[in-house]
Structures are given as C-alpha cells and as structure tokens.
Design a protein around this ligand. Structure first.
Ligand SMILES: CCCCC/C=C\C/C=C\C/C=C\C/C=C\CCCC(=O)SCCNC(=O)CCNC(=O)[C@H](O)C(C)(C)COP(=O)(O)OP(=O)(O)OC[C@H]1O[C@@H](n2cnc3c(N)ncnc32)[C@H](O)[C@@H]1OP(=O)(O)O
Length: 151
C-alpha cells in the first residue's frame, strides 16, 4: 500500500486549519467528503494572508494518463477549492465558469497544494484565481473561476 500523505509535514507554519463544513454544510462530499478515501484526501487551511489554501492528495483512483491524475480530477479539486475560497471570503456563490490550463502531469499518490486568491468582486461576479502546484516550483494547473452570488 502506498504511504499515507503526511499533511502535517507539508503544512506551513503560518497556516491555520479551516473547517469547510461549518461554513457551507456537509454537502461537499464529492471531493473532500472522505478524508481517508482512496480517491481524494483534502485538508483546508487559511494562509498567512487569510486566503484559502488546500492540500490535496490524489489517490490511485484519480488515474487518467498512466500513473498520473485525470484532468477531470484536477478540475473537480479546483472547482471545489476555488468556489470554497469565495465562500471563505464572504461570498455565497456557485461556480459559473471554470477555465483551467493544465501545465504538467500530476503524479498519483502525491500531495498537491492549491493556492487561491479572490482577485475581483463586481456586482454578483466574484473572480477567484488558483494554482495547483507541488508546493515548490512545479505548476500542475492554473485556473480562473468565475463565481456568481446566489444570496
Ligand atoms: C437549490 C439549491 C441551491 C442551494 C444553494 C445553497 C448552498 C450553496 C451551494 C453550494 C455551495 C457550497 C459550497 C461551495 C464550495 C464549493 C462550490 C463547489 C462549486 C460548484 O461545483 S457549484 C456547482 C456548479 N455550478 C452550477 O451548477 C451553476 C449552475 N448555474 C447557475 O446556477 C446559474 O446559471 C448562475 C447562478 C451561475 C447564474 O444564473 P443567474 O440567473 O442567477 O444569473 P445571470 O445569468 O443573470 O448572471 C449574473 C451575471 O453573471 C454572469 N454569468 C453568469 N453565468 C456566467 C457564466 N457561466 N459565464 C460567464 N458569466 C456568467 C452574467 O453574464 C451576469 O453578468 P452581468 O451582471 O455583468 O450581466
């Protein structure tokens, strides 16, 4: 069996844990609902700038290209994390448009980092930008997520 992800080792010292269900309820099951699952395992934090950040483990069941994550699995993670970033910034939204550039294959059984930033708020439209990386120089994907306020 593959080694379990060591989230604590990857967590930066100025990150504080973020409790997603207490903000948006327990319906976020597709991506982050099973912290011990074989597909995804996610942990949420706020970083030193108060932006939402996620550590996301891509298990073997996310496979697309041999040995690597399916693009749809990366899209699912980005959809949830960037939408949740808007909620965490005080905007009750759904995702209207998610535009992803896939830059590099993401190896299975590895933990990736998703950094987020709310870049603009115009009326009901909240634009969130995200980067899915290896936590260092390696960029797997970057995305712009247009969120629309529903409340
Ligand atoms: C019945 C259940 C509702 C329950 C809600 C309760 C809880 C909230 C739900 C989820 C939150 C939970 C956790 C959040 C964390 C992660 C989220 C996961 C992300 C998702 O997985 S979430 C599911 C996927 N998501 C959808 O399933 C959306 C389906 N869709 C719609 O629900 C509508 O389509 C909507 C609301 C998007 C817009 O509809 P609408 O009628 O309210 O607004 P309208 O069309 O007037 O647009 C207003 C202005 O936004 C611009 N605009 C709209 N859509 C655009 C687009 N696609 N591209 C570019 N611009 C767009 C217009 O151009 C206009 O711009 P302007 O004002 O400048 O003219």
């Amino acid at each position: 069996m593959a080694p379990l992800p060591d989230f604590e080792a990857l967590r930066k010292t100025d990150w504080t844990p973020f409790d997603a269900p207490s903000l948006v309820g327990k319906s976020l099951r597709f991506v982050s609902g099973d912290p011990q699952g074989k597909r995804f395992r996610l942990r949420y934090f706020r970083d030193g700038k108060n932006d939402l950040v996620a550590l996301a483990w891509f298990g073997e069941e996310t496979e697309g290209p041999p040995g690597h994550a399916h693009g749809g699995s990366m899209a699912a993670v980005l959809d949830e994390v960037l939408g949740l970033a808007a909620w965490a910034a005080g905007h009750p939204i759904v995702v209207g448009n998610l535009n992803i550039h896939f830059r590099k294959l993401l190896p299975l059984e590895s933990v990736a980092q998703v950094d987020t930033e709310v870049v603009s708020v115009k009326g009901r439209k909240v634009l969130v930008r995200g980067r899915l990386t290896d936590g260092k120089e390696g960029l797997y994907a970057e995305a712009d997520c247009l969120c629309i306020r529903i409340l």
